[in-house]
Design a protein around this ligand. Sequence first.
Ligand SMILES: [Zn+2]
Length: 647
Amino acid sequence: MKKFVFLVFVLSLFFVLPAAAARSKHIVDYRIKARLDTEQKAVDGQQVLTWLNDSDVPVSELQFHLYLNAFKNNRSTFMIESGGESRNFKLDEQHWGYIDVKSVRILYGPDLTDDMEFIHPDDDNQEDRTVMRLLLPEPVQPQQKIMLEIEFFSKLPKVFARSGFHGDFFMVAQWFPKLGVFQDGEWNCHQYHSESEFFADFGVFEVEITVPREYIVGATGKRKDQTENDDGTVTYTHYQEDVHDFAWTASPNFIEVRKRFTLDEPKVNTEMIFLIQREHEILKDRYISSLSNGITFYSRNYGPYPFETITLVDPPLRAMGAGGMEYPTLFTAGGASFIPEGVRMTEMVTIHEFGHNFWYGMVASNEFEEPWLDEGFNSYSEVKAMSEYYGKDTSMVDVLGIKIGDFHSQRMNIIGSGRLDPILKKSWEFYSGGSYGVNSYAKASFVLLMLENYLGEQVMGRIMKTYFERWSFRHPKTQDFIDVAEEISGLDLDWFFDQFLKSPDKLDYAVTEVTSQEVKMPKGIFDEGEVLTGEEEVSEKKPQKTYKNRVTIVRKGEWIFPQDILINFEDGEQMRETWEGRERWIRFVYYKPVRLKSACVDPENKVVIDINYLNNSRLREPEKAPVTKYSLSLMLFFQKLLSLLAG
Ligand SMILES: [Zn+2]
């Protein structure tokens, strides 16, 4: 009876919802009842799911992600790829996790439980159970909806990769049967990979979470109801529109802090909810100020944070595998009470994970296929925010005289990386986890910084704002961003993106020669009919000493980028040259009465993706030592001798 009332309520709500006011098109509608079993470390779930076929073709099957099955055994694609390890956290073989879909039926219609099967769209791994296909008795016609009722049981793994439990801490993420995205006439529903994040459609989530009374709960969306049950449990109801996922956490050890955040320009009004481990209470103020900084930075630079809540979850140290992860209107941070204030890991992770609510949460590109559109955009935003609030050279570490900026720590990653992959690649097809990481995060971030330095901060600011405004809630692809960048800048930028996103090469320009050679005093017959002996006094009539000054710049990498060159002479004169950077090298020669002092390519370090700054500048080298000439001629002599002997 209760269930029936629930369904009628769902139906009425669904048809009453004012679609016009929504930010996103509501393709999915999930109404889930979830009961946490703290002994079994599991969630019992019932889900009523409505899906709108927004395409123009009939759809005869549905595809679901069953992400938790990545943790079912050591033969899942995730486990084979990761070796049971994620960011140095290891699987505990005593605590596997899985999701069991117990039944599926069309609401008030036939039972489809026997029409489920596992598929493996990305690889041939027959043992992977992370994607399920459900065959429908009849197709869903364009612009029609289907409603399903699904019962499931989610056993949580001991957390090492984002989702799971540790003791009485629960991070319940990727935990329910979740539809893929139907686009371009087919389902986009990838398996759970070791190096991949997620992709889903926007819609409405209403989730009733039942936990023992002593547990404190945080979840996606706004809490709209709270009921004490007779069996010693409490049910919290959370509701959120315009999101594509739902995650929650529960633990008796949280301290809950709520603080209102408001901003006038642009208008933001949201409630910050902090769920902090008791032993991390000392981090409270750092969390509050860094989250406030994050909301301010992203709202000012991209668009106002629109949701009514934002929840920061601070996981226990031993469950840090759950940390540093984003979900709609909720994210997990990371911190330990022993980290000094001058080490800004906590601040960086807070700003980064909050920031995902813009790129992952609202723009919501396909993280399986184009991970840079999330992680790269977010790392770019993060490095700018960190510089703004904590100083460019001190934003990561500023303690005991040691200073490291977020910019420099991202740059270190790029310098050490190989040439194995371009940025634009499916996340699980990179050469390695390290290659996925460096390309999707730091290198992508630096490509955007390069673009900013090339176009100027103002133009770049307009590009980012326009892209965010135009494409939020619409799953843009890389070309959509390129189109915006070209439209706003008025430039053809294919040369830029083709290189930096699509080829795995590197950029390295170097000054290889700075020499100054004295030109002999004039001697011989000149056009003016004068015969000079070279012994004349230097006078107004006769030329002064002249030097042939040479600067050579070499393009050592494959990537091409216009270069500024700064040349210093000994008398303090400076000259600037520009070079399109296309040829393998270019040489500048100046006949002057003074010697060159030094030369520098990219003197302002605008070309941040240049992998070697050390060879960007050079002092004038002394005249060639005679020993070089001698050894050269000696070698030539032996070569000649050899050729004579061979003859
Ligand atoms: Zn991230």
